[in-house]
Design a protein around this ligand. Structure first.
Ligand SMILES: Nc1ncnc2c1ncn2[C@@H]1O[C@H](COP(=O)(O)OP(=O)(O)OP(=O)(O)O)[C@@H](O)[C@H]1O
Ligand SMILES: [Mg+2]
Length: 259
């Protein structure tokens, strides 16, 4: 099935967020199709992270609706949305640095964070499938060789991949990644890019990313935000060619490198 034909998993309808009189989101519409990489780009302060907070329920909306997997989740707290299959990538600070990589993933799969209460080790999910989850996430991350290494001994790039893995261990339908490559060296960038690109076989990826080379390479759809609104949306080639986008944001950076 082509990306354009897959069903809509996540939809924002006129989502608004105000902080007193400041309008951080001025009515954002978004449709994210299942098993795609959907990137959200735009200049600093455009409202990308705020939109993620609205979609995942970290903060409440001031207006509009959010639909996920056939449910209106607008008023649901984040832990309920996690149970419906949303996962955010964790920060490095939330890794258990003294514990081996495998243990980190096991704890994430087990739902140590209350929000991830999958109850992985008890029926009907079962011990077996939990161990399978850890093994398959390890393979995805390319960290099998480091399964017994304490997370604190991994390189920065490996730790960033493990953060993504912690979210994956909850077996989400949709995974939200906010600047997963920030602070990364060039070698680690390729590994992260491949990891994200590979996720859409089983997951839907919503990605905030400033590295235009990566965005253009791996996105099925790109939404461009500016000042709390959607400026443009489309396939990478259309976004690359869009004059409004170029003047608002991309300029001559479109060919690659960091924004
Ligand atoms: N708690 C808050 N109170 C007031 N204003 C806020 C709050 N959180 C965010 N904002 C403002 O909302 C706007 C959007 O911020 P947001 O963090 O969503 O931008 P962003 O697109 O993620 O930017 P960046 O690329 O720098 O991460 C900014 O002007 C920011 O200052
Ligand atoms: Mg942000």
């Amino acid at each position: 099935m082509s990306a354009a034909a897959s069903p809509i998993l996540l939809e924002a309808q006129g989502v608004e967020k105000r902080y007193d009189k400041f309008v951080a989101l001025g009515g954002v519409d978004l449709k994210v199709r299942a098993n795609t990489v959907h990137s959200v780009i735009g200049p600093n302060g455009a409202g990308k992270t705020t939109l993620f907070h609205m979609l995942t329920g970290t903060k409440t909306v001031s207006g509009g609706r959010i639909l996920f997997d056939g449910h209106d989740v607008t008023r649901e707290p984040d832990h309920r949305r996690v149970r419906r299959g949303m996962a955010r990538s964790f920060q490095v600070t939330s890794l258990f640095l003294t514990l081996p990589v495998r243990e980190n993933l096991r704890l994430a799969a087990q739902g140590v964070a209350p929000a991830m209460a999958l109850n992985c080790w008890s029926p009907p999910v079962g011990r077996r499938s939990c161990a399978d989850t850890v093994a398959s996430v390890l393979a995805r991350l390319g960290l099998e060789r480091h399964a017994d290494t304490p997370a604190g001994n991994l390189s920065h790039g490996q730790q960033r991949r493990l953060e993504v893995g912690m979210a994956l261990a909850a077996r989400p339908k949709a995974i939200f990644l906010d600047e997963p490559t920030s602070g990364m060296g060039i070698d680690d960038l390729d590994d992260m890019k491949r990891l994200i690109q590979g996720l859409k076989d089983e997951h839907t990826v919503v990605l905030i990313e400033h590295n235009m080379g990566i965005v253009m390479d791996i996105s099925d759809t790109i939404t461009v935000m500016q000042q709390g609104r959607v400026l443009a949306e489309g396939l990478p080639d259309a976004i690359r060619a869009d004059d409004r986008v170029r003047s608002a944001y991309l300029g001559n950076m479109i060919t690659g490198g960091k924004a």
